[in-house]
Design a protein around this ligand. Structure first.
Ligand code: DQA
Length: 144
């Protein structure tokens, strides 16, 4: 199975307009294009979900095990609040990598703790779109 699930959490649909001094001008569709190119050049297929709703993300993770070999996730604000997403990541036995565009450890105190990262293989933070590309490459390396 050479399919990877990519999950973008809340407000990432607003990239390009949202706090551009922090997140830059890149849009979500530009990020997705970069990821699709990287995946297809190595024989992987992506399914990409953006949701502003915690339950949708929990459902997608919970249903992922039989269909995907790995999960790339930016839980966005849910990183700092969601035990439900952490539990879903722990429940499925496929590798996940957490990514962030900004460096969450350089920001407000409430962003400096990730509840979700301990349920993943690793976290890449602060490198903009490269966080996503490096995270995806790591998952491809892990699963082949
Ligand atoms: C983010 C960091 C989070 O703290 C924030 O809530 C986001 C985006 C990032 O990619 O830098 O929405 O996950």
């Amino acid at each position: 199975m050479r399919k990877i699930l990519v999950i973008h959490g809340p407000n990432l649909n607003l990239l390009g307009q949202r706090e551009t001094e922090i997140y830059g001008k890149i849009t979500l569709s530009e990020i997705n294009d970069r990821l699709n190119k990287l995946a297809s050049s190595q024989g992987f297929q992506l399914e990409i979900l953006q949701s502003n709703h915690e339950g949708n993300i929990v459902d997608a993770i919970g249903q992922s095990a039989n269909h995907f070999s790995a999960i790339l996730i930016n839980p966005a604000a849910y990183t700092h609040t969601s035990i439900a997403i952490r539990d879903a990541l722990s429940a499925v036995k496929i590798p996940a990598v957490e990514v962030h565009l900004s460096n969450i450890y350089k920001r407000e105190d409430f962003r400096q703790k990730s509840l979700t990262a301990p349920a993943t293989h690793g976290q890449i933070t602060g490198l903009g779109v490269d966080s996503y590309c490096l995270g995806l490459q790591a998952l491809i390396n892990l699963t082949q």
